[in-house]
Structures are given as structure tokens and as C-alpha cells.
Design a protein around this ligand. Structure first.
Ligand code: AHR
Length: 515
């Protein structure tokens, strides 16, 4: 009893001093690890859109000056390996529901062309197809996630794609694969059953799509799903909670392994604003949108909990990120945008939200990997840039497959005009070696913030860290200054007994290692 009183008094004093001193106060419950942060939360998405694939990842035999293997850029492979990409979704997006996979196999000169009607109306020559993608995934060490065509495809087409990539022995699809040069199946686990079925995937109602999903999912495997494939239902658009409710209610759970959710941080779909020369008002608005992810995953998860209290079905946020006006002088249908410290903030807070909800969020895919929307890499012919978003994802990869350490946060505010947002975002994990990592973001662009962390449940002796920050929130890497923004060692954290003090510069992302 006496012990409990002392503990409560310590916590009360801790909060009192934190608030009095204008600090954020965090409690790290290191002894209460319960859920694992799936590495797939750090997944990516690459669509046949603009220079996401062609020119970005794949150059075919078009440019002899860029080192490549089988047409895939070596610089991209090296950068993505360092990132530890766990899973990669392809070929769309909206493109997926127009894509016929058989057009992308066999000798390249025989492959038919099509028009990419959603993205710039350009000719798609199908030179980057199933083999190219799956071999690319093998080379970067990522699990492939194939998005199947439901909107304009057929049950037969998708079930044959599953057989083509996964079946062995004497079967028409495995024989076709072997004839195309690949003996062993790839054993693809993740399959999307359509994309945005409420929009570009067919403008369906959730009730109609739930029935369609049942039909497709049935023929993708056998009675018992003995191939252990993971079928993801096309999910809600942002806060469409009714969509999730219907899917969870109407789809038999033995056919369903994941339910998707798409959410972009956008100020206004008709006036998205510039990627670089934004105002502080636009910065504040985008961060407000990004922080909405907390509410979205909480409420979609609560609906899923109602139908699936054992949390067998994953929430898969397979498109997320910031979306701005395309850079001037580029094809607006190519969605090419620069990437600044603002994007680092979006990535940092969003990944913290996913980590903290890892009981249900077990995959997420940043939109998109290269040259499209909130990309981790931008290319210009033979040059590449690693963006601030790349650096955040690389710094955070210590959380992949680690145990989530719950945190309690007494936040302070980032005030803009009459509005305010929580300034500090945090998540923590313990890895397989017992090392603790803490990722903290200060979104306030004008204020250094002090954070005090009470360390419960484990004794730590040493703290080291890395920081990503810059002078201005508009700062970015360019093809002339590729390393303006990159992580550097962080010296602003100190441990004294069970207290960690952290001094976070304005608009910064810090990842700490505690031993
Ligand atoms: O990522 C760009 C597009 O956004 C995708 O193709 C679509 O699914 C979403 O609307």
C-alpha cells in the first residue's frame, strides 16, 4: 500500500514538474511488452504511374549510362536494401484494376501495349511484368504484395495469377511459368483483391464488393487455404467506417486475412498546395491531417474488434502519405512532388501511430516508393536523391519486428493562431537483443521542446541517438545538393537514474537507443 502511494506520488510530481516546466512528460513502460510491431508496417507501394516504375526503378535497355541488372537500376537496389523494405505492393493503385498480368509475361517484344488511362494516358508497353517485379523483390529482400484486378478482370484471371506465381508440379500455370524461365515458384503470400472498390476499382457499394470478394477469395486457394496466402480486401476511404463494418460483417472470416484502409494527408483535393514553397498555415494543416490517422486506425480497429475480438484479421493501411500539387513543368498525371522536412514530420508521426496500434495494424504501404507522391527516392536520369522520408524510414527500421513498449504521454501543444496540435509524437520498442529504441518527433517548427521520460520496468545506463532536422521546414534534398538533409548523431539526450531528458530542436525526428 505504502509502495503504491509512493509510486503514485512520484508520477504526480513527475507530471507536475513536466507541466510547470513546459515539458512533455512520457512514461516508458518497458516491462509491459505485449504486442510485436510487424516489420510490414514499414512496407512500400510502387504503381505503374509516372516514373514510379519506368525511369525510376526500371530502365530496361533505354539508358546504357545507368548501371543496371536486367534493366533494374543498381543504385535503387542498393538504397532499398539499406532501407530494409519488408513488403512491396504492386502494380497499383487504380492501375491494378486495369492490369492484365498475362500481358506482362513472356518475351518482351511480344508483349501487347496498353494505355494507362488513369495516369497521364501514356503507353504502357508491359516491359516490367510479373517476373521483373518478383525478381526485383527477391533482390531487395522484400515480400511481394500483388494487387489483383477485380474491377475489369475475372475470377479466373486472378486465380490463375496465384497459380502462376505459387504452384509447383504439373499444372498449366506452373508449366507456363517454367516455359518463361522460372522453375521455382516465388511463394507469394500477400494478395490484394482489387483496389479502392468504392472508386476507381469499380464504384461499388460495400455490400456488393463484399459478395464479389467472397467469390474471388474462394477461388484463390483451396478449402483450408493450405497455401497460407493472405487476402486483403479493398478497404475504406479514410473515415468511411460503414465500409469496414460491412466487410467485417459480410465476409466469412476464413476467407479474409486483412482489411485495407487508404488515407492521404491532403489540405484540400481541389487546392493541395505546393510541395516545397508552403506556408506555415499549410504546414499546420497537413500535420493536422496526418495526425488524424490516430483517430482513423482507432475507430476502424474498434469496428474490427467487434467482429474479430481475437484480432486475427489485420488492418492494412496500404496507401498513406502526403499529397500536394505536382511540381510545375511535370505531367500532372505523374504525381511527381518534392519531399521536405514536412514530409519527414508526416512519416515520423504516422509510423509512431502505426507502431502504437500494432495489435491491429500489421501492414502499411507508403505511397509511393520512387518519384510518385511521398517518395523515399527521386530520380533524374542517372541521379538519385534519398528524401527526408527515406531517412525517417531508415532511422525507424529498428522497430521492425520488435516488441512494442507502451508509452503514456502528457503532451504539450504546437500552437498556430487559435488552433493547436500535440507537439510531440512518440513510440518505443524492445528488439530481439533486448535493446530499447525510442522514436520521438517534435512537429513544432518554431520551438525547441524538452521531453522528460520516466523509465519504468528496466534499468538503462546509456543513451545514444540520431537526429533528422534542418533550418527550415521547406528544406529538402535536391539533385545539386543531395545530402543537405541526412541523419546525424544526436547529443541532446541524457539519462540520470530512471529519468531520460531529451532536448528536441524544432521540426525534428530523433531515434534513441537505450541500453
Ligand atoms: O497512389 C495514387 C492513387 O491514389 C492510387 O492509384 C489509388 O489507389 C489512390 O486513389
Amino acid at each position: 500500500m505504502k509502495k503504491t502511494r509512493i509510486a503514485l506520488l512520484t508520477i504526480a510530481l513527475f507530471y507536475y514538474f513536466a507541466i510547470y516546466g513546459q515539458q512533455a512528460a512520457i512514461i516508458l513502460h518497458a516491462g509491459e511488452v505485449r504486442y510485436r510491431i510487424s516489420k510490414n508496417i514499414y512496407g512500400h507501394f510502387a504503381e505503374h504511374l509516372g516514373h514510379g516504375i519506368y525511369g525510376g526503378i526500371y530502365i530496361g535497355d533505354t539508358n546504357k549510362l545507368i548501371p543496371n541488372s536486367d534493366g533494374v537500376r543498381d543504385d535503387i537496389i542498393a538504397a532499398l536494401k539499406k532501407l530494409k523494405v519488408p513488403v512491396l505492393r504492386w502494380p497499383g493503385g487504380c492501375f491494378a484494376d486495369t492490369y492484365h498480368w498475362k500481358d506482362g509475361i513472356g518475351p518482351k517484344k511480344n508483349r501487347p501495349s496498353m494505355v494507362n488511362k488513369w495516369w497521364g494516358g501514356v503507353t504502357e508497353d508491359n516491359s516490367f511484368g510479373t517476373h521483373d517485379f518478383l525478381n526485383f523483390c527477391e533482390r531487395i529482400g522484400a515480400d511481394p504484395y500483388l494487387a489483383g484486378n477485380v474491377g475489369s478482370g475475372s475470377v479466373q484471371e486472378l486465380s490463375q495469377w496465384v497459380q502462376y506465381v505459387n504452384s509447383d508440379g504439373q499444372a498449366p500455370m506452373s508449366n507456363l511459368r517454367k516455359a518463361n524461365g522460372r522453375k521455382q515458384p516465388w511463394h507469394v503470400k500477400y494478395f490484394g483483391v482489387g483496389n479502392e472498390a468504392w472508386g476507381c476499382g469499380g464504384n461499388m457499394t460495400p455490400e456488393y464488393y463484399a459478395n464479389i470478394f467472397r467469390q474471388y477469395a474462394t477461388f484463390m486457394t483451396d478449402w483450408n487455404n493450405s497455401d497460407h496466402i493472405f487476402r486483403v480486401a479493398s478497404g475504406a476511404n479514410g473515415d468511411d467506417y460503414h465500409w469496414t463494418e460491412v466487410l467485417m460483417r459480410d465476409i466469412p472470416h476464413q476467407l479474409l486475412e486483412g482489411v485495407a484502409l487508404h488515407y492521404y494527408s491532403v489540405i484540400d483535393w481541389k487546392a493541395k498546395g505546393p510541395a516545397i514553397d508552403f506556408t506555415q498555415q499549410q504546414y499546420f494543416s497537413i500535420l493536422k491531417q496526418a495526425l488524424r490517422m490516430e483517430e482513423l486506425v482507432s475507430r476502424h480497429s474498434a469496428i474490427m474488434d467487434k467482429y474479430d475480438p481475437q484480432k486475427k484479421i489485420a488492418l492494412v493501411v496500404d496507401e498513406w502519405g502526403g499529397w500536394y500539387d505536382a511540381e510545375s513543368g511535370t505531367n500532372p498525371g505523374f504525381l511527381f512532388q518534392q519531399n521536405t522536412m514536412r514530409d519527414a514530420m508526416i512519416a515520423g508521426v504516422t509510423l509512431n501511430i502505426f507502431n502504437n496500434h500494432c495489435d491491429r495494424v500489421r501492414m502499411a504501404n507508403l505511397a509511393q516508393m520512387v518519384n510518385v507522391l511521398q517518395a523515399v527516392i527521386l530520380t533524374d536520369k542517372e541521379k538519385i536523391i534519398l528524401t527526408p522520408t527515406y531517412h525517417v524510414m531508415e532511422m525507424y527500421n529498428v522497430h521492425q519486428d520488435a516488441g512494442l513498449i507502451p508509452v503514456t504521454v502528457k503532451n504539450i501543444s504546437y500552437v498556430y493562431g487559435k488552433d493547436s496540435l500535440p507537439a510531440i509524437s512518440v513510440s518505443a520498442s524492445k528488439d530481439a537483443k533486448g535493446i530499447t529504441h525510442l522514436s520521438i518527433v517534435n512537429i513544432d517548427p518554431g520551438k525547441t521542446n524538452m521531453v522528460s521520460v520516466q523509465l519504468l520496468g528496466e534499468v538503462y545506463k546509456e543513451v545514444t541517438g540520431r537526429i533528422l532536422s534542418s533550418h527550415e521546414i521547406q528544406d529538402h534534398n535536391s539533385f545539386d545538393d543531395t545530402d543537405k538533409i541526412k541523419p546525424v548523431p544526436f547529443w541532446g539526450a541524457e539519462i540520470k537514474n530512471d529519468m531520460l531528458q531529451v532536448k528536441l530542436p524544432p521540426a525534428s525526428v530523433v531515434v534513441l537507443t537505450l541500453r
